[in-house]
Structures are given as structure tokens and as C-alpha cells.
Ligand binder design. Structure first.
Ligand code: HEC
Length: 443
């Protein structure tokens, strides 16, 4: 018996490796289904599907190029500096498999060996079917005037009960033109009218974001109880994944309130079109007793730094002192089109230096609320530092001005200006937070 086993083993080893052709169904499809199809499918946000053999064969050379360059799957942080939960990366072996398939002239392979096509809930990357979906009440017009367009939109809601939420996903209706949004979940007083609330208004040029103005416009301020109560503040940027929070944390979705999308920004277009966004949420099984705090920091600049001069590369910094100990769940560096690189680190009072995130080549299309595998605890007294570089020369392929022009810095939210923001989602520190698992969330 033993001899037979040896013989079989010898025979198996004798099969020449070269006879094994790299095929779509056996080797390439499993890679695409896990790493590409979450976006490259109908309604997944990418410009074309990569589901069938035909889809992939048609673009085979492109697939080889973008994977070898690590342009796709999109993941713009440097993993050697700091790694995050759910990084989208192919292994060297997977990249080589795609290249070999192209070198072998893209054979399809036996159809019965194809993996089952993956199924995703439509429109959202949440790990299960959402419990609550709030949708814009009608299609919002985006005029084809070739200018930046900003709106503030209100979605009133009234449910039978209050809920604890620990995952939320903003789903743009028009992915091509949606450039960013920040939103608030607001609880309104019983005397605030929900039925007659206007849908939205368009911001005038240079109009600041002003709580009082916006709340008044939608009639959210009660003469008796005062302004609404914010239970959550979130944001969305191109390429972003859903926000998901650990057990016991999250926010309260009141029984009656308004989801207010505060500065929804659309890029210029020359064709009249529309958007209809929605926000999907997962209800938490345990009450969210620990609220999530949205902390945004910007650089302090002097009068002569309000411009990034044409043909220059400049650096700006943020330094903040953390007053009370916090557990950082996600980190989001933000710049506009002149952004070149962004690095964040922290110095603790005991002398440790903690790398937080490094984006070596800034890409406006792929911004993220990067989620740590476990919370990063910053003890009271820690100094949080950020350094960003801005490239306003010809060598920046995204520079909107050819030749480069002076660009205003930190004077508004318009894309034609430049800005630097560091946004953290944090919890007030509790003992044991350093061991919380932030990888498997929302299930
Ligand atoms: C998170 C969503 C997402 C994932 C995952 C993803 N893509 Fe993409 N892909 C996009 C989007 C959106 C674009 C268009 C914008 C861009 O080029 O950045 C794109 C563009 C592309 C392009 C065109 C590039 C060009 O220069 O025109 C190719 C080819 C491509 N993806 C292949 C892949 C492959 C192969 C994978 C998996 C290994 C993958 N993508 C994973 C969203 C994704």
C-alpha cells in the first residue's frame, strides 16, 4: 500500500507544470470575483463590469497593466507605514497569474470550472441587506452650466421607534459628478413640521456653511425646544467604503428627525442631469451606548499662506494636542487637486511615535475613511501631526490650470481652491479599546 502511495505521488510530480495553462474560469475569475467585481459590476460604481469571460478578455491588456502598476484595486495608502482593515490589494502571485493568462492569449477554460458569480446587495457595499434606507425625495437637477454646484438637502423621516445604528453608507445616485458630501442625523422637536419641509437649496458662491441659516431654511428650529439635536455627523468622498463601528458604539437614529446633507458638491458638467442619493444603515443588535465623534482639523495659516503660488510645491502642517485619551477608529486625509502627499503621525507624552497614515501619491478619486484593524489609542497629551504637500506645477497631471495659476488656500470649499483636512472618527477611550476588533464589523 505504501509503495502505491509513493507511485501515485511520483506520477503526480511527473506531470509537467507547463501543461497547466492559465485560464479564465480556473485561475483569473476567482481573483476578479473577490477583488474587482465588488465594484466592476452593474451598479457597483466602476465604469465597466468584469464578471464574464467576455468582459475580462476584452480588456485583458488593461487588466495586466493596472494590476502590475497596482493602480487597481484602488488602495492609495503605503502599507509599510501603516496597514488598515480591508485593504484592497492583490498578491504578487495573483498579479503574475493575470499576466500569464494574457501571455497565454486569454483562454477561457472549462466552463464547469467557473466559480459562482458573486451576489451583492444592489448599490451598497454594506455586508448585509440594509435595515434602514433614506432616499432623496425626488431627482435633484444638476444644471449643465459647467460650474461647481453645491446643495443642501433634507430627508425627513418618522419611524415607529428609535434605533441604534452601527454601519452607514452614503450611496450617490450620480457617481460621476458627486464629489463630496457631509451629513448630519438630526432629532427634531415634536413641534417641527416634517410634511411641508422644502427639499433643498443651492448654496450661493462663497456662502459659508452656517448651522443657523440651514436649520432655519428647513424649519428645524422649534420655538419651544430650540435647534435640533445632532446624533451623528458623517462624510462621503469618492471611492469611500461604508462607515462601520464596533459593538456597543455607533449612533442613535431617532424616531423622528431629518437627515441633512450639508454640502453636497457636484463637479461641473455641460449637460443637464440629475442625482438621487440614498443612505443605507445597519441596525445594531446591542444598544450604541458609546457615541462616535467626528473630529476635523485644519492647518493654522498666516495671511501670506492663503495662496499656493503658481509653479510652486509647498508644505502645510497640522499640530494638535489631544486633551482626553481617545480611541481612533478611522482616519481621513483630505485635499483637492493640487494634493501630492499626506502623512500623519502622533507623539505620545511617554515619547512614542505612532505612524497613523501615509499617502505617498495623493489621488482625489480615491479617498477613504481608513479604518484601523484595532483602535489606535492616543493618550491625553499626545500631539497629533500631519504634513501635506501641494504641487502647483506642470508636473502634477491633475493640476486643473495649464499653465499653473495662483490657487487660494483654506478660503472655501470650492474645488478650484485648495484645502487640507484631517478627519478622525473617535470614541472617548475606555480600558480594553486597544483589543477591539475593527475588522469583522456590521455582520
Ligand atoms: C473599490 C472599487 C473598485 C475595485 C475594487 C476595482 N476597481 Fe477598477 N475601477 C474602479 C473605478 C471607479 C474606476 C474608474 C476610475 C478610475 O480609473 O480610478 C476603475 C477603473 C478601472 C480600469 C480602467 C483604468 C483606466 O485607466 O481607464 C481598469 C482596467 C480596472 N479598473 C480594473 C480593475 C481590476 C482588474 C480590479 C481588480 C483587481 C479592479 N479594477 C478593482 C473601481 C474599482
Amino acid at each position: 500500500m505504501k509503495a502505491l502511495v509513493h507511485l501515485v505521488a511520483a506520477l503526480m510530480m511527473a506531470v509537467p507544470v507547463a501543461a497547466q495553462r492559465t485560464t479564465f474560469t480556473e485561475h483569473v475569475a476567482p481573483i476578479l470575483y473577490t477583488n474587482c467585481v465588488p465594484c466592476h459590476r452593474h451598479d457597483g460604481g466602476a465604469p465597466f463590469p468584469l464578471v464574464t469571460f467576455k468582459d475580462a478578455a476584452k480588456r485583458a491588456h488593461m487588466l495586466k497593466l493596472v494590476t502590475e502598476d497596482r493602480y487597481m484595486p484602488p488602495q492609495r495608502n503605503d502599507p509599510a507605514y501603516r496597514q488598515f482593515a480591508h485593504e484592497r490589494r492583490l498578491t504578487d502571485a495573483q498579479i503574475a497569474t493575470i499576466a500569464r493568462w494574457v501571455a497565454d492569449s486569454m483562454p477561457e477554460g472549462p466552463r464547469h470550472k467557473a466559480p459562482r458569480q458573486p451576489v451583492f446587495p444592489t448599490g451598497t457595499a454594506l455586508p448585509r441587506t440594509p435595515d434602514v434606507v433614506l432616499r432623496m425625495r425626488s431627482d435633484v437637477p444638476i444644471p449643465g452650466t459647467n460650474t461647481q454646484h453645491y446643495i443642501c438637502y433634507a430627508i425627513p423621516f418618522e419611524f415607529d421607534r428609535e434605533r441604534s445604528i452601527n454601519a452607514i453608507d452614503y450611496i450617490p445616485g450620480n457617481r460621476l459628478l458627486s464629489h463630496h458630501a457631509s451629513y448630519q442625523v438630526l432629532e427634531v422637536a415634536p413641534d417641527v413640521q416634517l410634511d411641508s419641509m422644502p427639499e433643498y437649496f443651492v448654496y450661493a458662491k462663497e456662502q459659508p456653511i452656517d448651522d443657523d441659516h440651514d436649520y432655519r431654511f428647513f424649519g428645524l428650529i422649534s420655538p419651544v425646544y430650540g435647534p435640533p439635536i445632532e446624533t451623528f455627523h458623517g462624510g462621503w468622498l469618492p471611492g469611500m467604503s461604508p462607515l462601520m463601528f464596533p459593538k456597543g458604539s455607533g449612533f442613535r437614529l431617532p424616531r423622528r428627525g431629518v437627515l441633512l446633507i450639508r454640502n453636497l458638491h457636484y463637479a461641473p458638467t455641460t449637460r443637464d442631469t440629475t442625482d438621487r442619493a440614498s443612505i443605507a444603515m445597519l441596525e445594531s443588535r446591542t444598544p450604541a451606548t458609546r457615541p462616535i465623534t467626528f473630529a476635523a482639523f485644519k492647518p493654522i495659516i498666516t495671511q501670506d499662506q492663503t495662496v499656493i503660488p503658481a509653479d510652486s510645491i509647498v508644505e502645510h502642517r497640522i499640530h494638535v494636542r489631544i486633551r482626553d485619551s481617545i480611541s481612533v477608529l478611522t482616519i481621513n486625509p483630505h485635499m483637492h487637486l493640487l494634493g501630492a502627499s499626506f502623512t500623519v503621525w502622533a507623539n505620545t507624552p511617554s515619547g512614542d511615535s505612532i505612524p497613523m497614515v501615509h499617502i505617498p501619491h495623493w489621488d482625489f478619486d480615491w479617498q477613504e475613511f481608513y479604518r484601523y484593524p484595532k483602535p489606535v489609542v492616543l493618550p491625553a497629551g499626545t500631539i497629533l501631526n500631519a504634513r501635506a504637500t501641494f504641487n502647483n506645477t506642470n508636473s502634477n497631471p491633475r493640476n486643473p490650470n495649464v499653465p499653473p495659476k495662483d490657487v487660494a488656500f483654506e478660503v472655501g470649499m470650492d474645488d478650484s481652491n485648495e484645502m487640507m483636512r484631517l478627519v478622525l472618527l473617535v470614541l472617548a477611550y475606555q480600558k480594553g479599546d486597544e483589543h477591539l476588533d475593527l475588522v469583522r464589523l456590521g455582520r
